[in-house]
Write a new protein. Structure first.
Lengths: 363, 255
């Protein structure tokens, strides 16, 4: 992927379009990269309203009236990377914990009992052999309980991903965090994660290893030019779609959430900006899933149903061992939407959508 | 005339998909109100051990379930999904759907042929979803599938019979039924497919995402019945010149 080419394209066209120009773009069936840049730079609420209606229609055509629900499961917070925006950073003096296999199974049983069929297993950036074997055990156990098993961990080798696919892994989430190289260097101070290019290429190894679903994203607020970050994220998605036509692709736009002891000054990204990103990205990438986690407020999440979002986490705990035990460990970030799964399902239904728990059958 | 498919007499030529509806309760109402005989159910949406609701609980016992292999990326996955689907539903009707392109959701005809070869031998009643291609349809007919299900337009586009000329070649040249699947957005599109000689239509998005799915299903049912009846009567050919009902030169022939 030639990132420089897209950076240049963005810099060339990143000016605010006239209302007339923006409306004209919305009349098109397919919008171009340049059109998308213009829309990202458009702040007209009338244009956004027209686009939102179109985004709703496109989303329903591709995904039906469905919102897919999943649960994150943190199995370890050991981390060798120093990322200044993350609660699990090795610089933070927090209690470290790696769940043993019995504890992992308890957590999975607790999630299964609630009705989840899709699980996202998370760890810190742990590149040790011990860490990999721990992850492999967790994937093997998850296969017994869930239809879809995804991971969000440090990048693995092709062989590593293949081993996990053989154990039942169906998907990988891997965020570049920011596509701006200078910002990337400033916020990743230690560990393997410092290598920008290595991280950018890693998701392709997961696809080549046979996972059926990948989720990419950038952490909004890391880079002050977050419009550029969103554009480059979508270009990354477009590149993957063209190269790997069979893979199911989704993207995320997480905004930075504070954690205890956070000392990092990030750029605030408003609700309006987030809605713009979801709506305009839906017009540009029609078939790509869009994921919103519980780091966003409940009222905002409710209003995003129908605007392009297709996946949501629910009743999430971002601490290790959070589902089955009281007094669990330190959270990676503070969850904003703390509602129960039942409450979230009720809202989804009231909006005229079906809460689905899986989009795959474990074969 | 009644449609016979997979050894069963089918009264309703409208088949309905269940994957995009806003709630499962609607499935039961659509089946009842639009008098539906056949519904497709994606195996990936059927849960064998969920503590939540199960789509199968909303399908009346006398409705034929055609399990759908959607999500399969190759013939091996499609075969496994079909086998799991048969076990979960006790139905041996399978719609073979193999998509190798997640952007346009187009079927992979080559992998579909391979899956059908195995599934026919496994005793399934096989209904392959294909890009409209006469040669592929003939190969599938030779394999022993019950019908072919070519798309009218890419899934969910509501664009109607953009592949009309290709659909005509299949309808004209093969002996097994042709069921038009995907891309049909309006009842008039479905009527057009039936007028061409399709034996049935499978509709999902246009019903599921309508403001009133039950009444939209009824509208499609009426259009499909009308199109079929017209086809059976014999549609008059379009002409380039007027053809007066009272001949203008009849007097020369003593009329």
């Amino acid at each position: 992927m030639n990132l420089d080419e897209f950076v240049n394209l963005y810099e060339k066209h990143k000016k605010r379009p006239s209302k007339k120009d923006a409306i004209e773009i919305l009349t098109k069936d397919e919008i171009t990269e340049v059109d998308y840049i213009k829309l990202l730079n458009c702040y007209d609420l009338d244009v956004l309203e027209v686009a939102a209606r179109k985004a709703k229609d496109i989303t329903e055509r591709y995904f039906g009236k469905n919102i897919f629900l999943y649960a994150p499961l943190y199995i370890s917070n050991f981390c060798s990377s120093g990322c200044i925006y993350c609660g699990y950073s090795c610089f933070n003096k927090i209690k470290r914990k790696r769940l043993n296999i019995n504890e992992i199974e308890d957590e999975m049983k607790a999630l299964k009992k609630k009705g989840f069929q899709t699980i996202l297993i998370l760890t810190g950036e742990d590149n040790t052999k011990e860490g990999f074997n721990h992850l492999k055990d967790a994937v093997r156990f998850a296969r017994r309980y869930f239809s879809e098993v995804l991971i969000e961990t440090s990048p693995l080798t092709l062989e590593g991903y293949m081993e996990l696919v053989n154990e039942g892994l169906t998907g990988v989430t891997l965020y570049q965090e920011t596509y701006d190289l200078d910002t990337y260097k400033k916020v990743h101070l230690l560990g393997k994660k410092r290598d920008f290019k290595a991280r950018l290429c890693a998701i392709e190894r997961a696809i080549e290893a046979g996972v059926r679903e990948v989720n990419i994203g950038c952490l909004l607020g890391l880079c002050s030019d977050y419009l550029k970050d969103v554009f480059l994220l979508s270009m990354h998605a477009m590149y993957l779609l063209k190269k790997y036509s069979k893979v199911e692709l989704s993207i995320s736009f997480p905004r930075i959430r504070p954690f205890k002891g956070m000392k990092f000054n990030y750029t605030e990204v408003s609700d309006l900006e987030l809605v713009k990103f979801i709506v305009y990205t839906r017009l540009f990438l029609k078939s790509v899933g869009i994921n919103i986690s519980t780091r966003e407020r409940s009222d905002l999440r409710d209003n995003l149903i129908g605007l392009g979002v297709t996946k949501m986490s629910a009743e999430s705990k971002t601490s290790v061992g959070g589902y089955s035990k009281e007094g669990h460990s330190f959270e990676q970030f503070e969850v904003s939407d703390k509602r129960s799964l039942d409450e979230i399902i009720k809202v989804i239904r009231s909006k005229g959508y079906n809460a689905e728990f899986t989009n795959w059958v474990m074969i | 005339m009644c449609l016979v498919l997979g050894g069963k007499r089918i009264k309703s030529r409208l088949f309905v998909g269940t994957g995009k509806l806003p709630n499962y309760e609607l499935i039961k109402d659509i089946i009842k109100e639009a008098d539906i005989d056949v519904v497709t159910v994606a195996v990936r949406r059927v849960s064998k051990d969920s503590t939540r609701e199960n789509i199968l609980d909303y399908i009346p016992k006398d409705t034929i379930i055609m399990v759908n292999t959607s999500g399969a990326r190759d013939h091996k996955e499609a075969i496994k999904i079909a086998l799991i689907g048969r076990e979960l539903t006790n139905s041996n009707w399978v719609k073979v759907e193999i998509e190798a392109d997640t952007k346009y959701l187009l079927p992979d005809n080559e992998e579909t042929i391979k899956a059908c070869q195995v599934l026919v031998k496994e005793g399934f009643k096989v209904f392959p979803y294909i890009s409209p291609d006469l040669i592929v349809s003939k190969k599938l007919e030779d394999i022993g599938v019950c019908a072919v299900m070519p798309l009218g337009a890419p899934i969910g586009t509501n664009k109607g019979l953009v592949a009309k000329e290709l659909l005509k070649t299949i309808i004209n040249e093969i002996k097994i039924p042709v069921i038009v699947d995907a891309g049909i957005g309006r009842p008039s599109h479905a009527a057009e497919a039936m007028e061409l000689g399709a034996e049935a239509c499978l509709i999902n998005t246009a019903i599921a995402t309508a403001k009133d799915p039950i009444n939209m299903a009824k509208a499609f049912k009426m259009a499909i019945d009308a199109g079929r009846r017209a086809y059976e009567i014999g549609i008059l050919k379009e002409k380039e010149y007027a053809d007066a009902s009272s001949p203008l030169t009849g007097f020369l022939r003593g009329v």
